[in-house]
Design a protein around this ligand. Structure first.
Ligand SMILES: NC(=O)c1ccc[n+]([C@@H]2O[C@H](COP(=O)([O-])OP(=O)(O)OC[C@H]3O[C@@H](n4cnc5c(N)ncnc54)[C@H](O)[C@@H]3O)[C@@H](O)[C@H]2O)c1
Length: 356
């Protein structure tokens, strides 16, 4: 049975459908009923059979164009962005047409940004194919591209009209990409979703083996957590910031590594342990809670060792974070009751100590 979760409010409300195979005519066609042309944006790493399935579903009813870009974060660029816009213009797309983002977070972000800005906004659908995109980037309406000064510096908040999550796509996902998404799932468990936390403690083996019912459960719980937060704070003016738990340190690790050799989720996982340690040194959680957190992460086969990263090496990246206001870094920490909060009241020595 497919799970349906509603996200957002008012005109920008949309449904997220989660199933082994959510990409069916029944799920997709009603959302496109008034559309004439569809541009599907995908990348060279997405298995061709998935694209064929999508074409088969759309066959007959619409004019469908597939635009494939090179896989990898490098493609989330201004030059790819303008090429996609030119393609839309050459094909004479108007507001009665739509786009489909068919891939991981890279594809979702750039396609969403094209949809947000072409003709001041045309509709788009997210069909995420990585775990990270399924539990995180496809929901919440953040779209972006990178410029040489930094990642995601150009973008907008723009909701899709629908998100279709098929867990079967995860079968072909490389192990390191699966683990990357798992880092974000752990995040929801740590920032307040106790049901998810308990489930993950008890079912780490099934999760590691990608059992379908386990996947559906953790994706559903992750989306429920994200949906609740982004619906109450669409443009990150407050509570939404807790979704960045572990990200200040994770981003610093990614930047230090020049975005090579470590996935976003793996870096965020280490960042969450650092933030967990600061929470402990600040007296917000007890030592057994810190141990439980690290044990959970280890039981899922994720790396917990960040000894190669020294505070002095990461410092400049940490202080570059968007969460610095008036010279002081706002930290997202966790407390004893298992929820996250944002604070600039902490002893800076504990920040350094977390790296010792
Ligand atoms: N908008 C948001 O809220 C948000 C949140 C988190 C991350 N992001 C962004 O997401 C991006 C990272 O996303 P990602 O981790 O999904 O990486 P990605 O989109 O680069 O995909 C990783 C790799 O997996 C391949 N792939 C995708 N699906 C596959 C499948 N089913 N089988 C086999 N291979 C497959 C892709 O071709 C690619 O090579 C970054 O750009 C990041 O900034 C956005």
């Amino acid at each position: 049975m497919a799970k349906i979760i509603s996200v957002g409010k008012g005109h920008s409300k949309y449904n997220v459908i989660i199933a082994k195979n959510a990409l069916t005519k029944k799920n997709l066609i009603p959302s496109l009923k008034n559309k004439n042309k569809i541009l599907v944006v995908t990348d060279s790493g997405i298995p061709k059979r998935y694209i064929k399935d999508l074409k088969d579903i759309l066959k007959g009813s619409k004019k469908v164009y597939i635009y494939t870009i090179e896989k990898g974060e490098k493609s989330k660029s201004f030059s790819t962005y303008s090429k996609i816009l030119e393609k839309l213009a050459d094909l004479k797309f108007d507001r009665s047409d739509a786009m489909i983002a068919f891939g991981g977070g890279m594809i979702g972000d750039i396609t969403g940004f094209c949809a947000a800005t072409y003709l001041r906004g045309i509709d788009f659908i997210q069909i995420p194919t990585t775990l990270l995109a399924q539990v995180d980037s496809s929901v919440g309406g953040k779209t972006a591209i990178n410029i040489k000064q930094g990642k995601n510096l150009v973008g907008s908040f723009y909701n899709p009209i629908q998100v279709l999550i098929s867990t079967k796509y995860l079968e072909s996902l490389p192990d390191h990409e699966y683990k990357s998404g798992m880092g974000e799932v752990v995040k929801y468990a740590l920032i307040g979703n106790k049901k998810l936390n308990n489930y993950m403690q008890l079912n780490s083996d099934a999760i590691k083996k990608k059992r379908l019912n386990a996947l559906e459960h953790i994706i559903e719980e992750s989306i429920k957590s994200k949906a609740k937060i982004v619906t109450s704070d669409e443009k990150e003016k407050g509570i939404r910031a807790i979704l960045n738990f572990g990200h200040t340190f994770g981003h610093a690790i990614e930047a230090f590594e020049r975005y090579k050799g470590i996935t976003h989720g793996a870096a965020v996982t280490l960042g969450m342990i650092i933030a967990g340690k600061i929470s402990f040194y600040e007296g917000h959680i007890r030592s057994h809670q810190l141990d439980n957190m690290i044990n959970l992460i280890e039981s899922l086969g994720l790396n917990t060792n960040y000894s190669k990263y020294k505070f002095n090496d990461l410092k400049k990246y940490i202080l570059n974070d968007k969460k610095v206001s008036e010279g002081k870094l706002n930290l997202i920490l966790i407390n004893q009751s298992g929820s996250a909060f944002i604070t600039n009241k902490y002893n800076s020595r504990n920040l350094k100590k977390a790296f010792d």
